[in-house]
Design a protein around this ligand. Structure first.
Ligand code: HEC
Length: 102
């Protein structure tokens, strides 16, 4: 009996643990650069996640971006044509590159 009473107290306190007031979700704006071949990124890279995933990496080398595009294709099965793969790497490196090839 005592156990049931304790359980009831637990259930009631969980049920009343609600958030008061409105919950505000922060709006995060990503500054997307409209560089050459951005359309290839738009068509192939934004279907599974936002552009924030890409920008969060900071400026990177060409090899880094090539590797990421290959990872999306092999690990996550993104269907991206060879031509678009090249366009995307060119775009990422020219807009979000660190000037290094490797
Ligand atoms: C088929 C779905 C899919 C597509 C299309 C896709 N991604 Fe991803 N991407 C993922 C998943 C899943 C993750 C990993 C999420 C996690 O680990 O939280 C990810 C993560 C990332 C990351 C974070 C770093 C990392 O290594 O995990 C980057 C950068 C990235 N993607 C870039 C791209 C680019 C550039 C493209 C376009 C060429 C692209 N993604 C297209 C599914 C996709």
């Amino acid at each position: 009996m005592k156990k049931i009473a304790l359980l009831l107290v637990a259930v009631v306190s969980i049920a009343s643990a609600q958030v008061k007031g409105d919950i505000e979700v922060p709006y995060i704006a990503f500054p997307i650069k409209m560089g050459k071949h951005f359309d290839a990124v738009q068509a192939n890279c934004l279907t599974c996640h936002s552009f924030g995933y890409v920008l969060n990496q900071g400026p990177q080398s060409k090899a880094f971006w090539e590797e990421k595009v290959q990872k999306m294709i092999h690990a996550f099965k993104a269907p991206i044509s060879e031509q678009d793969q090249k366009y995307i790497v060119d775009y990422l490196y020219s807009e979000y590159g660190n000037g290094k090839l490797k």
